[in-house]
Design a protein around this ligand. Structure first.
Ligand code: ADP
Ligand code: MG
Length: 697
């Protein structure tokens, strides 16, 4: 029977064996087209060689156990002999025990808090299970394994070495999905969108899809599990190429926009020089030159300025604002918190010296009269340098001639807010500053349509920050260090993790209140301020101010101090439960000390994850730390909160495929120059909709 072949964009209705109930369930899961169906790859492949006969489990050195952390993970297949439900002594905990047999032996599977399993699993059923093998009270057991029910037809279908497993979607079991995929693979028409340089040596897309849904026996099991086969690379290239085309197209569009030309002159240069309190570092000089080139090019600048903590981004931002402010326009610096706004305003005022009257701060909770006066100065252009929080977005704020917006910590600003600000003045130039170094692949994915300047050099004379990791049993050492620094007249930060209420009781954590009590008992005569995210803004400011002024000697905080706080007299920071933080976050925290002339210390108190935390002891290179953090936690968690702007790829992985992403970007630039075909354009718009690229900056 020869059915006509279908393009990937066809709706699933064209496939046989898909009734309305199944189609609806798929649609619910976002699977509507043939492409959606085929690109949803198995979540796991079971290698038949991996399945260990139960009777051999207690032999030492059974075949090929995979390691997951420090535990041995094994895969077994057997028939359920018995299912039992019991309660444990620990409250709210139920335990389901399944006894599995396979003719060579038996094994106990233990499930925690999944009481429904006792109802749904029946003696006589066949079960594939994998999980950590442990010694329990009654011998070996699999604790908290994952399972897949195997019908008769499944095992019949398992004729190859690899059994692909798909997530169940409503009424569609893994097996049914495999059948649908098979039908899809038979019907799909070949389509090629990649330029030659990206697909050289890689399988065609429909071949790649078949290789990943029905891996041949000679596939490398390790590569398959890690997503590193040529077939994976082929599909990843397609996603990353589409992504890069979208980003490059937007960038090209922006390049065509006419930007305000900032006129330069010897006088301007002289003026800027007069503001400079010190010689710029080589990296600052280079970055500033890149910005000047943008501002004088006649195009709209969209540039990301990133660099290590303390590399001097603020000074570069100030110089950029001065470029427009000294030539008749206005520059605005937008920051996420009031504390930061005040601090940046203070730095800018220092740079401006006698010209500081041209600076205006605008904050949400200002008194009405004060705010009115501030807005009047902004509207008249009298304020050439404006620093503010989200209050700058308010409709009532009008600028006379806004030519440059500098956004600090941009990832905390939404696209909408940026748009709102853009409405306020023609088409201003943009400079985005990121607080921590961002690994290149993530920067490309998140800010790919921005040009980049990188400050990879610290101002001279910085001393490295002495970093140590201590076990809670020896926390006394940390407090000793704090005591010594306080005696020298210095100040100290203590950081406690902010605790999610859902964590309470589950893990042994010392919260910020307990830490406050502890500090009060260790340092009875010392002024301590405590700040956390639940404080009202004015209370937070007042407390911070008491620390900044030196009235309080210890600042106990959750990560609210992560961004920006500049107190050069603070020379020691102790982070409790350091394992609760990401590496980049810790590095950012560490950057709060070592800002003055005195030697500084950073102490992480932690009972676990010493290997990961050791990275901070070993290096102070923020870019290396960021890369490591990305590898360990993945792009979604990199910024500490789930980042909506990170594109959701189905096959591509920003860590694994980072070199491929760079190549795709170059290929996309070339392809755009050569011009896209009609078909490519249609393909691209489908892909863009899928990746929701519009949400990316
Ligand atoms: P970042 O925002 O990149 O973390 P900052 O702009 O806050 O860094 O600068 C950190 C400190 O270094 C500030 O106290 C600043 O005055 C100082 N600084 C910046 N540039 C230089 C320079 N070229 N030479 C000496 N000190 C500098
Ligand atoms: Mg800064």
């Amino acid at each position: 029977m020869n059915l006509p072949s279908l393009p990937l964009s066809s709706s699933l209705g064209a496939l046989r064996g898909l009734g309305p109930a199944r189609a609806a369930a798929l649609q619910e899961a976002g699977i509507e087209s043939l492409r959606d169906l085929l690109w949803n790859l198995p979540y796991r492949y079971v290698d038949r060689g991996e399945v260990v006969p139960l009777g051999r489990l207690d032999m030492r050195g059974f075949e090929a156990p995979r390691m997951e952390g420090e535990r041995e993970v094994v895969t077994v297949l057997g028939t359920i002999r018995d299912v039992r439900q019991s309660a444990t002594r620990v409250r709210h905990m139920s335990l389901t025990e399944v006894l599995l047999e396979d003719g060579t032996g038996t094994l106990r599977l233990i499930f925690f808090n999944q009481p429904y399993l006792a109802r749904s699993l029946k003696a006589g059923e066949r079960l594939l299970a994998w999980g950590p093998l442990m010694h329990g009270r009654a011998g070996l057991e699999l604790r908290g394994p994952q399972i897949e029910r195997m019908g008769k037809e499944d095992e019949g279908a398992w004729v190859r070495r690899f059994l692909p497993l798909y997530r169940r979607i409503g009424p569609l079991s893994s097996r049914i999905r495999a059948q649908l995929v098979e039908e899809g693979l038979r019907r799909v028409a070949p389509e090629e969108w990649l330029p030659l340089e990206l697909r050289k040596d890689l399988p065609d897309p429909e071949v790649a899809l078949r290789l990943l849904h029905q891996p041949p026996d000679d596939t490398d099991a390790g590569q398959l599990a890690r997503g590193e086969t040529p077939a994976h690379r082929r599909l990843a290239a397609e996603e990353l190429f589409a992504f890069s085309l979208g980003v490059e197209a937007r960038r090209a569009g922006r390049m065509k926009r006419r930007g305000l030309i900032v006129p330069t002159s010897p006088e301007l240069r002289e003026r800027l020089r007069s503001y400079l309190p010190f010689t710029l570092t080589g990296a600052q000089r280079r970055s500033f030159k890149e910005i000047v080139d943008d501002l004088t090019s006649g195009r709209v600048m969209h540039r990301l300025l990133q660099g290590d903590v303390g590399a001097g981004k603020t000074l570069v931002a100030f110089l950029s604002m001065a470029m427009v402010a000294e030539t008749g326009g206005q520059g605005a610096l937008l920051v996420p918190t009031e504390v930061l706004a005040r601090q940046h305003a203070a730095s800018l005022a220092r740079y401006l010296g006698t010209e500081s009257h041209r600076l205006q701060v605008l904050l949400g909770p200002m008194k009405a009269a004060e705010k009115r006066a501030a807005m009047a100065r902004i509207a008249s252009g009298e304020a050439a340098y404006v620093v503010g929080t989200h209050a700058l977005f308010q409709e009532s704020v009008a600028f006379k001639d806004l030519r440059l917006v500098v956004v600090d910590e941009q990832h905390r600003f939404g696209v909408k807010q940026r748009e709102a600000l853009k409405q306020k003045g023609g088409d201003p130039h943009w400079l985005v500053m990121s607080a921590t170094p961002i690994p290149r692949s993530l920067a490309l994915a998140l800010f790919g349509d921005l040009e980049q300047s990188i400050l990879d050099e610290l101002p001279p004379g910085r001393q490295p920050i002495r970093t140590q990791l201590v076990h809670p049993d020896r926390a006394e050492r940390a407090w000793e260090l704090v005591r010594r620094e306080l005696e020298e007249g210095r100040q100290a930060f203590v950081v406690s993790p902010s605790i999610d209420p859902s964590d309470e009781g589950k893990v042994q954590l010392r919260d910020i209140q307990a830490m406050e009590a502890l500090l009060a008992s260790i340092f009875p005569d010392v002024g301590i301020e405590m700040v956390h995210g639940r404080l009202k803004a004015d209370e937070m400011n007042a407390r911070m101010q008491r620390f900044v002024s030196g009235e309080a000697r210890i600042l106990l905080a959750t990560t609210v101090i992560e961004v920006g706080v500049d107190v050069p007299n603070a020379t020691v920071m102790v982070v409790d439960h350091a394992e609760r933080f990401g590496l980049s976050q810790l590095h950012q925290l560490r950057g709060r000390v070592g800002r003055g002339a005195h030697r500084s210390h950073f102490v992480m108190v932690s009972a676990s994850e010493s290997e990961r935390l050791q990275t901070l002891v070993e290096t102070q290179d923020g870019f290396r730390i960021a890369q490591k953090d990305l590898e360990l936690r993945g792009p979604g968690e990199f910024f500490g909160t789930r980042q909506s702007g990170v594109p959701q790829f189905q096959v591509a992985d920003l860590v694994r495929d980072r070199l491929l992403l760079s190549r795709c970007r170059e290929a996309a630039q070339k392809a755009l120059q050569a011009g896209l075909s009609e078909g490519q354009r249609a393909w691209l718009s489908r892909e863009e909709a899928r990746l929701k690229l519009a949400e990316v900056s």
